[in-house]
Design a protein around this ligand. Structure first.
Ligand code: URA
Length: 267
């Protein structure tokens, strides 16, 4: 995948349009919505895939759905979500501007902490969301998403409010850890810290995209009209075609079939 920094909708070579981005995201949602890869499938009511603006420059990643989200199928629709909305509003943003996801797509029973095996099992869905949405900034909410996306065990209290550039997949992105809004529900003094960290968001979003790693895999293979071959040329032509194919492991993005449903809560 080659990332071309741009204003507005980013361009993924091979995906290109906002419509296709949504369709590909829906494909991932469809896969996740029937996921039974871990034991949370036995107790969840709904898979909470994530919701928001598929073209967002800003993505939030929380921990896991709670009881409200498990019932409603959308992230952050309880008390913590209302606080998140308020904090967004205070910096001139709203949900329609951002995409919100979680480390886990299913509710852990009794809101217990996510387990390492659950995080590892669910991680691919988040990585695919990040790959398709191509945010400029990922705001990690609390310990679990911060540790996962920074790939480091340092806790949120040491790193909150400090933006860092990380390469996720093939893209460099600014990771901005902040406390989970639920923390401010239990410890009201935390609200000032959250507000101070949120206040940095407009500047982070206005900054240019971090320098990107050199693209090395996703050069599109030009389509060449096959010319009629004489039998003698067949062997060489086949060898050349194999050499010209994407390297092993390169993902070939197929265009998803168009659907009119909008079950992702996308804007
Ligand atoms: N807390 C989270 O981390 N995620 C939600 O979706 C709701 C509450």
């Amino acid at each position: 995948m080659v990332v071309q920094p741009s204003s507005g909708v980013n361009t993924i070579v091979g995906v290109t349009t906002a419509v296709e981005r949504r369709e590909l995201l829906k494909e991932v949602w469809k896969e996740a919505s029937t996921c039974t890869k871990c034991q949370l499938a036995e107790t969840r009511q709904t898979v909470v895939f994530g919701a928001g603006n598929a073209d967002a420059d800003l993505m939030f990643v929380g921990e896991a759905p709670g009881a409200n989200e498990d019932r409603g199928g959308l992230p952050f629709i309880g008390q913590a979500g209302r606080l998140l909305d308020r904090l967004l509003q205070e910096v001139g943003l709203e949900r329609a501007d951002v995409f919100i996801a979680n480390v886990l797509k299913c509710r852990p029973p009794g809101n217990r902490d996510p387990r390492p095996t659950e995080i590892a099992t669910c991680r691919d869905y988040l990585h695919k969301q990040v790959e398709l949405i191509e945010p400029k900034v990922i705001c990690t909410l609390g310990n679990f998403s911060t540790k996962l996306l920074r790939d480091d065990p340092t806790g949120i209290s040491k790193v909150h409010g400090q933006p860092e550039v990380h390469v996720l997949g093939v893209r460099a992105v600014t990771i901005f850890p902040i406390y989970h809004p639920a923390a401010a529900l239990y410890t009201p003094s935390m609200l000032d810290t959250l507000r101070a960290d949120f206040a940095q968001l407009p500047a982070l979003l206005a900054a240019p995209l971090p320098p990107q790693p050199a693209p090395d895999v996703f050069e599109p293979v030009p389509e060449v009209e096959p010319e009629p071959e004489s039998p003698a040329e067949t062997e060489t032509a086949t060898a050349e075609a194999v050499e010209g194919a994407p390297e092993a492991g390169a993902e070939v993005l197929e265009q998803a079939p168009k659907t009119s449903d909008d079950q992702l809560g996308l804007f």
